[in-house]
Design a protein around this ligand. Structure first.
Ligand SMILES: NC(=O)c1ccc[n+]([C@@H]2O[C@H](COP(=O)([O-])OP(=O)(O)OC[C@H]3O[C@@H](n4cnc5c(N)ncnc54)[C@H](OP(=O)(O)O)[C@@H]3O)[C@@H](O)[C@H]2O)c1
Length: 337
């Protein structure tokens, strides 16, 4: 059985598994709840997480806002995934795991129920700790920028959380490079805790992070834990030859914009290459990410145990210079618009 490998998160001493387990979408049941949202298959989810941990995955990424089955998440459902993860953490050695969660998006209907203000972060962290049934969060990430709050206020609050021991490391997600740079400068100027990692969208089809974020990452030694590494299933071949009935596109609108002629052509060509190499398309796609020097660890999504196993085997896939050149040629034939 393939076991996960470990790597330092940026310049920090924290060791994360080279594949991180995501919790945005979870195994679901066919029926809808009274709000019209697909219900989570809790038992299947707990089994999936257990399997990941048993296979050596030590890092789990979540967010206070995740519900697990629909986007955008109704405010009535926020916190659901953290609560389920809290139940899971009671069944494992919590201290051996790295739990990453996030704050930023709307958690209620009031004016202070979202954002990166001191007031919202202090409430959000308390709520996340309660839902997760843990005394600390390993990596607390700003889920996105909040232009209405001064960065100084946000970084001072995060610094306070670290000093209190409630949070061990801090990072950010969906920040443009200049925002990360500004945040690092604020921390340095005021002697506050600094972001150790960024969490951008990054995969073979969506490579914006390479333009400005990755040069900054190299300069500052930031960790990169990238999300949607399989473009929500496209790079696993989930949409080759139509849509499977149980695929994410059948219940989430977030996949549709990805189903373009360009993307499907790339995926077809990559699938041919994967077959020739004797690996699956998902494994080729994850191995490509693992070969990018800036990438610390892709955050994988899986709704089935077979997907999880297949994806973890990507850790064993070696890509030669020739393989990487061939992939590059395929991608360059279809540049991102
Ligand atoms: N910071 C942010 O704003 C942000 C945004 C998005 C995600 N994230 C994080 O990143 C994690 C991963 O994102 P993601 O779920 O979009 O990742 P992804 O790996 O791009 O997509 C996962 C989906 O691909 C399909 N899949 C995965 N492995 C497969 C395999 N071996 N064979 C066939 N299909 C396979 C499954 O879809 P089906 O269910 O259709 O089979 C699965 O749900 C999330 O869970 C979350 O923790 C963060």
């Amino acid at each position: 059985m393939t076991r996960a490998q470990y790597i330092n998160l940026g310049r920090s001493g924290l060791k994360v598994s080279r594949l991180i387990l995501g919790t945005w979408y979870l195994p679901t049941l066919p029926e809808l709840d009274s709000y019209g949202v697909r219900r989570i298959n809790e038992e299947a989810t707990l089994r999936l997480w257990r399997k990941a941990v048993d296979m050596g995955v030590n890092t789990i990424d979540t967010a206070n806002r995740y519900h697990g089955a629909i986007a955008p998440v109704p405010v009535t459902h926020v916190g659901y995934v953290e609560r389920l993860l809290g139940r899971f953490l009671k069944t494992v050695d919590r201290d051996s795991l790295v739990i990453a969660t996030k704050v930023r998006f709307r958690m209620g209907n009031g004016p202070n129920d979202e954002g990166l203000s001191r007031k919202h972060i202090l409430k959000a962290v308390k709520d996340s700790l309660e839902r997760l049934q843990t005394g600390y969060i390993d990596l607390y990430q700003a889920h996105g920028p909040d232009p209405s709050t001064p960065l100084e206020e946000t970084m001072r609050t995060l610094d306070y959380l670290v000093k209190e021991g409630l949070v061990h490391y801090v990072g950010c997600s969906n920040f443009q490079a200049w925002m990360v740079s500004e945040a690092l400068a604020v921390s340095q100027r005021l002697g506050l805790v600094e972001f150790v990692s960024v969490q951008p969208l990054y995969n073979m089809l969506q490579r914006d992070a390479e333009k400005e974020l990755f040069p900054l990452v190299r300069e500052k030694g930031l960790g990169v834990i990238c999300y949607s590494p399989l473009a929500q299933g496209l790079l696993a071949g989930r949409y080759l030859g139509g849509r499977a009935q149980d695929a994410r596109a059948s219940y989430s609108p977030s996949v549709n914009p990805l189903l373009t002629e360009r993307n499907l052509q790339i995926v077809e060509q990559l699938a041919v290459m994967a077959k020739e190499k004797g690996v699956t398309l998902a494994q080729l796609s994850l191995a490509w990410l693992l070969h990018q020097p800036e990438v610390t660890a892709p955050i994988i999504g899986a709704t089935k145990p077979e997907q999880l196993e297949e994806n973890l085997q990507a850790l064993e896939v070696k890509l030669s210079a020739e393989d990487l050149k061939r992939i590059n040629e395929i991608l360059e034939r279809h540049p991102q618009q």
